[in-house]
Design a protein around this ligand. Structure first.
Ligand SMILES: NC(=O)c1ccc[n+]([C@@H]2O[C@H](COP(=O)([O-])OP(=O)(O)OC[C@H]3O[C@@H](n4cnc5c(N)ncnc54)[C@H](O)[C@@H]3O)[C@@H](O)[C@H]2O)c1
Length: 329
């Protein structure tokens, strides 16, 4: 028998994180390389004091009740936390945390990778060569889009949106952005312009999405928004899939309403909207924006650090429901 507190980790994450937790607590990890079902999640969390969860784990009132009243903290291994029912956790006194900041560079670099790969048709050209179709250099083959000095529209100028702007600055891109909170210092530093959503859609050559998934940002880009964009425009999404109406996007890509898209995230992962995978003018990758070793270790360090703090009666570093701290103080 042990008096050590019990922590559950819903999927294998870097070993450094697990070791850090094991120095303090009893730790059990789901080592099956798949997301847990809802029933499994409820069953595995029963009696735990803390959990590390992923964006594929829906943590709502029912799941929290199944875990039991001793549960103190759920630490998401992600910056986005749309898988949490924040109000339900706050009502039950459960601390929720995320991993902001440490994945900005990786996610912004990945965003630029998608933007460049889409503009220069890299995935399509790679397939062309591998399939033995290449007959030699030709002046009109795989002509893509210019990126340098084009207009980059950023929806959601938070940590990641700002970091994308920094990287796009190296391409002399003209930056416009839309956010519920304009940032005048950023505008001065980057020569950027805060615009309303209509202007963002109308003027962007490349539109990149970095808003969190909220009720207000669900289908932030739908059929009407795609119609408002330039026919030469590219849409990049490395935020959350449901920010874009994927069925409408397939139609817009098919009909030439926009030129192309680069997607890291999808509405119903791992499924794709019908027809998306058949389109040549879209670059599709499997939600890998933060997938670098240093980033994944840093995300684990924050999650483990938050659990160690909370289970020792201290405040976590990155709480998404700070009301709960006041309530339990
Ligand atoms: N693809 C991935 O693997 C991956 C990796 C990291 C983050 N993300 C996603 O990126 C999102 C952004 O991360 P972040 O750390 O930059 O978050 P953040 O909170 O720093 O930035 C979000 C910005 O969006 C703005 N915003 C909110 N609602 C808005 C609206 N309706 N219209 C315009 N702007 C609005 C906020 O004011 C804020 O400036 C996360 O919520 C997450 O879902 C995805």
């Amino acid at each position: 028998m042990t008096n050590r507190k019990s922590v559950y980790v819903t999927r294998a994450i870097p070993v450094e994180t697990i070791e850090e937790l094991r120095a303090h607590f009893d730790v059990e990890v789901n080592n099956d390389d798949r997301a847990l079902s809802r029933a499994e999640l409820q069953e595995r969390l029963r009696g735990r004091d803390a959990a590390i969860t992923l964006l594929t784990d829906t943590v709502d009132g029912e799941v929290l009740d199944a875990a039991g009243p001793q549960l103190r903290i759920v630490a998401n291994y992600a910056v986005g936390f749309n898988n949490f029912d924040v109000a339900a956790a706050t009502r039950r006194g459960v601390v929720l945390t995320n991993t902001p900041g440490v994945l900005d560079d990786a996610t912004a670099t990945h965003t630029m990778t998608l933007l460049l790969a889409t503009a220069r048709r890299i995935a399509e050209a790679d397939t062309f060569v591998r399939q033995g179709c290449w007959q030699g250099w030709a002046p009109m083959t795989f002509v893509g889009l210019d990126v340098d000095r084009r207009t980059l529209g950023i929806a959601g100028l938070g940590r990641i949106g700002r970091n994308v702007a920094k990287k796009a600055h190296a391409f002399d891109m003209n930056i416009i952005y839309s956010d519920v909170r304009p940032d005048r210092a950023f505008e001065a530093a980057f020569g950027a312009r805060h615009v309303d959503k209509d202007t963002l859609l109308r003027e962007a050559d490349f539109l990149t999405l970095h808003v969190p998934l909220l009720p207000e940002t669900h289908h932030y880009i739908g059929a009407a928004e795609l119609r408002a964009m330039k026919t030469t425009a590219v849409l990049i999404n490395a935020s959350r899939g449901p920010v874009v109406d994927e069925v409408a996007l397939v139609e817009a890509l098919r009909s030439g309403e926009i030129w192309g898209a680069g997607l890291d995230v999808f509405e119903d992962e791992p499924k794709l909207a019908p027809g998306l995978a058949e389109l040549r003018n879209v670059v599709i990758v499997p939600h890998i924006a933060s997938a670098t070793p240093a980033t994944r270790i840093a995300m684990g360090r924050i999650a483990a650090g938050n659990i160690i703090k909370v289970l020792n009666g201290r405040a976590p570093e990155t709480c998404v429901n700070p009301d709960v701290l006041r309530k339990t103080a």
